[in-house]
Design a protein around this ligand. Structure first.
Ligand code: FMN
Length: 290
């Protein structure tokens, strides 16, 4: 079972665990997990992001470059020394860490990279920006410490640069193996599952409001809320063809509420000032139009 969370409330816990290592999971040729100690939760381009730093030599880097997706698994209780040793010192290039550390994989919601039940705080991400660090721009003392190229006894691996991967946060939750999921009130601040039925009432009572279904065309055709226009998330810019006034009240929905919550910062960036995600049609109780 997955319990949606307010990720911002876990920022302190994430920082605390980063010092000991959290897990960066990827799923390219196979599932793999590596410990990371550098990273940050934040906001970029009005979007919740998690940034990680991965050295050139890591197997994880080749997987990240292939798929552009990662999921973070963060301990909330006791740490498992076997998981920490395997994921923090062995390479997926040489071994299957899932079997070696007996990782209990949990299917993802929004990307294709599983979480790990033993380290239950889970953050699913999609890479939206990457850049290799420029060694020449790093303060000399830090460079000498972390990239001691040419120092006797230092392997190439200890000196290779990190690439910064900025991942858009797609979903965040805690895995509870034996507890039912809790409801809406405690859901993530970024992806709070809104009451779509109350949202539709508010849409109807708001003069001049526009209702946008941000699902794909085939999903829209299979049944949508009467009065909605279809502008898929990937083509949101098209909204400017039909909504001239940037202060127009805009209500968005999708299937589960994830895509519609992503549509809010995207529409804000285009310039719309009055946008609300009202959740997912899967919870809608009224009649549908085809
Ligand atoms: C606590 C801890 C933190 C680490 N942090 C990072 C990190 O932020 N970036 C990095 O590239 N490697 C980091 N490492 C090293 C990798 O976890 C390690 O080299 C791992 O074996 C790489 O696995 P892979 O080759 O399967 O990707 C860390 C290791 C530990 C133990």
């Amino acid at each position: 079972m997955k319990e949606k969370i307010k990720l911002a409330e876990y920022a302190g816990k994430i920082n605390e665990e980063l010092r000991r290592g959290i897990l960066l999971n990827t799923n390219g040729d196979k599932f793999n997990s590596m410990s990371i100690g550098w990273g940050a939760l934040g906001i970029l381009w009005n979007t919740p992001v998690f940034t990680v730093y991965v050295r050139e030599s890591r197997y994880t880097k080749s997987q990240l470059d292939k798929t552009g997706e990662f999921t973070l698994s963060i301990p909330l209780g006791e740490r498992d020394p076997v998981i920490d040793r395997v994921c923090g010192s062995l390479s997926g290039r040489d071994i299957d860490k899932t079997a070696e550390a007996k990782l209990a994989l949990e299917p993802p919601n929004a990307n294709s990279v599983p979480g790990i039940a033993q380290y239950p705080l889970t953050v699913e991400c999609r890479v939206i920006y990457r850049e290799q660090q420029k060694l020449g721009l790093i303060p000399p003392a830090m460079r000498a410490r972390f990239y001691p190229e040419g120092t006797p006894g230092c392997s190439a691996e200890q000196a290779d640069p990190h690439t910064m991967y900025i991942g858009e946060v797609l979903d965040a939750y805690v895995i509870h193996p034996d507890r039912p999921a809790v409801k809406e009130e405690s859901m993530n601040v970024f992806f709070r599952k809104n009451d779509i039925n109350a949202g539709i009432v508010e849409f109807k009572n708001t003069e001049g409001a526009v209702l946008i279904d941000v699902r794909d065309e085939d999903e829209f055709a299979s049944g949508h809320i009467p009065g909605a226009v279809n502008i898929p998330l990937s083509r949101l810019r098209e909204v400017e063809d039909s909504v001239d006034d940037y202060d127009t009240p805009i209500f968005t929905y999708c299937l589960s509420g994830v895509r519609s919550s992503r549509s809010v910062p995207a529409l804000n960036m285009i310039g719309y000032t009055n946008v609300r995600s009202i959740g997912g049609i899967e919870d809608y109780k009224g009649p549908l139009e085809r």
